[in-house]
Design a protein around this ligand. Sequence first.
Ligand code: ZN
Length: 312
Amino acid sequence: MKEILFLEPVFKEMIWGGDRMKAEYQYPIPSDHTGECWAISAHPNGDCKISNGTYKGQSLSQLWEEHKELFGGLSGDRFPLLIKIIDAKQDLSIQVHPNDIYAKEHENGSLGKTECWYILDCEEGTEIVIGHHAKDKEEVKDMIEQKRWKDFIRTVPLKKGDFFQINPGCVHAIKGGTLILETQQNSDITYRVYDYDRLSNGKPRELHVERSIAVIEAPFEEVRGDRAKKEYDGYTIEHLVSSPYYTVEKVDITKEATFSQTHSFQNISIIDGKGEINGNPIKKGDHFILPAEFGSYTIKGEISYITSYVEK
Ligand code: ZN
């Protein structure tokens, strides 16, 4: 019988972070400026440790190196995904990510970054930055260099349960009052386009204007996720997105459901409720991996989760 790999989150303090993850998930956050919880991560900047069983105390990156069988022998030199919860008390800077090709060449062999956001909660009237209004690359450059932010930045209204796929080259930012679950490629490469002219310790934070201009796609094209919902007896599965890097789904269980884990691995993040999986207690805020060949599992309880996996 394969073991479920429960993970210990790594917390990141950020100038824009808050204290919400303490009340929401009972996390032992380090301060009231905690912006990110790296929940399933093998990235060197926040490598999660296994909290149970045979591999207790080992890092996810170590398992990836030494126990390839847990990941179905998936190729690649690093665990491919990174799952975060982000608590934005203040607006985040406006950013863009490179693709794999640009990152490999300009960022020391790093992966590019494709990511997606499930909105766990947001304050009434909150907006989100997705895309821009420039008609072509030339206008992107002009608007950024001339600091025409109002003309440039595209915002849309936001509500709980919304979902956004953010491809490399897409300008994006979450605003204060937003709590999200992010599923992304295992990369930490971000180019800051604009930081609302804020000061951090008396100085503006570094911007990456040239790299941003180089990677921003123009014109902006909205990616609409296919949110097909399938209802079964006692549970529903909602497809959020399939991309070359990940497939993400939301599952809501009302009483009990039995599934089979047939992917190279499967990430699960409990976003609401509590219950059990194969007899192990699980609750809101837990994150775990079902390894390769895990086989059948039964989840009981009233519980919602976001799950992700990669296609072989
Ligand atoms: Zn991003």
